[in-house]
Design a protein around this ligand. Structure first.
Ligand code: ATP
Length: 338
């Protein structure tokens, strides 16, 4: 995909200032004492576009809101504030046929397909159900379409009559992908698709996704911890910190000239990204603050080596700092080697 085309294209999914808060369970004593309910601020005004035909990687430390963003984009979670647009339409307003169409066109693939596959249904039955629910093809064409899907995800045809427990983790992930593809989606949301798999199998599944993305012109949101995989598969990458997108850029720009101090630290903390840096595992300064009471101003200011008074008070907005690179930092551009 040409980066230039992608930059000009209208987004297929647009996240506009999405805020998602989860209420924290209260103890009986807290209730009796009338203590105010606390909320985990999982997404705090996220703005992000998913462009047609691109793979957008999403990275960040555990708990920064990646899965919440993925689940919100697919409509499994509702925003407290802000909107999610699919092809220009606010998904919260979609009803009836329009909602079903959105549900079909934006598919999620889960980390653990086993838990989302009925253990008593064969692969053929799982795919028949997916094809029938959305009336994807006439009944008599279903067997041929199932064989086509098996070939597409590189599973042997005898897999059709087998049950989920008869497959390895990588094969089950392929079944999950085939089920998502059965309904001919425009968008795939892959949340930690391969993190539970062995490294050798991870590469196979990621390469399959890469091939499918190109062959079917899919738009993919790829949420992962592994920066090497994200770099391998993504056209652009968004970096999240404590419920906010702090930097988004074309993949090579982000990995070669990261501008946000958090992105810089995240990349340095992954020694295998840079052969010269191997073994020097530079960890991020300090602890990740609690999402129950995140820092004021820039949420990264408590761990940032360049912090100023302004950072403690004023929240930086995600602004264009270089071509194809948006950064939420008062001080950016900061030298990437700094
Ligand atoms: N259903 C929920 N109820 C309460 N809090 C939640 C819920 N889901 C997520 N959270 C909290 O929201 C914050 C963001 O979680 P999320 O799972 O989106 O992060 P993540 O970046 O995907 O983490 P990980 O990489 O570990 O999966 C975390 O503090 C998490 O504990």
């Amino acid at each position: 995909m040409s980066e230039v085309i992608a930059q000009r294209a209208l987004p297929i999914v647009s996240v506009e200032e999405a805020i998602v808060h989860f209420p924290v369970a209260q103890s009986i004593f807290e209730k009796i004492q009338g203590k105010p309910r606390k909320f985990v601020q999982a997404l705090n005004g996220v703005r992000l576009d998913l462009l047609p035909g691109e793979t957008l990687g999403v990275v960040g430390e555990s708990g920064c809101g990646k899965s919440t963003l993925a689940r919100t984009m697919v409509g499994l979670l509702q925003t407290n504030e802000g909107k999610i647009y699919f092809n220009g339409k606010d998904i919260a307003t979609l009803r009836g046929k329009a909602r079903r169409s959105f549900n079909r066109q934006v598919q999620m693939i889960f980390q653990d397909p086993y838990s989302s596959l009925n253990p008593r249904m064969t692969v053929g039955q799982v795919l028949t159900e997916a094809l029938s629910v959305h009336n994807m093809c006439p009944k008599e064409q279903i067997p041929a379409r199932i064989r086509e899907l098996m070939t597409l995800v590189r599973l042997p045809l005898d897999a059709i009559d087998k049950l989920p427990h008869e497959f390895s983790g990588g094969q089950r992930q392929r079944i999950g992908i085939s089920r998502a593809l059965a309904v001919e989606p425009q968008v795939l949301i892959a949340d930690e698709l391969v993190s539970a798999l062995d490294v050798s199998v991870q590469a196979q599944v990621v390469n399959l996704l890469l091939d499918l993305q190109q062959k079917l012109n899919l738009t993919v949101l790829f949420v992962a911890h592994d920066l090497r995989l994200v770099r391998h598969i993504s056209h652009r990458v968004a970096v999240m910190y404590l419920g906010e997108v702090v930097e988004v850029a074309d993949t090579e720009t982000l990995f070669n000239t990261p501008l946000h101090p958090y992105t810089q630290a995240l990349l340095r903390a992954a020694p295998s990204m840079d052969p010269c840096n191997r073994g020097k595992n530079v960890s991020l300064m300090g602890e990740l603050p609690s999402p129950l009471s995140p820092p004021s101003g820039c949420r990264f200011h408590t761990r940032c080596p360049y912090v100023t008074e302004r950072c403690r008070i004023e929240r930086p907005v995600l602004a264009t700092k270089a071509e194809g690179q948006r950064v939420a930092c008062h001080l950016a551009p900061v030298e990437s080697g700094a």
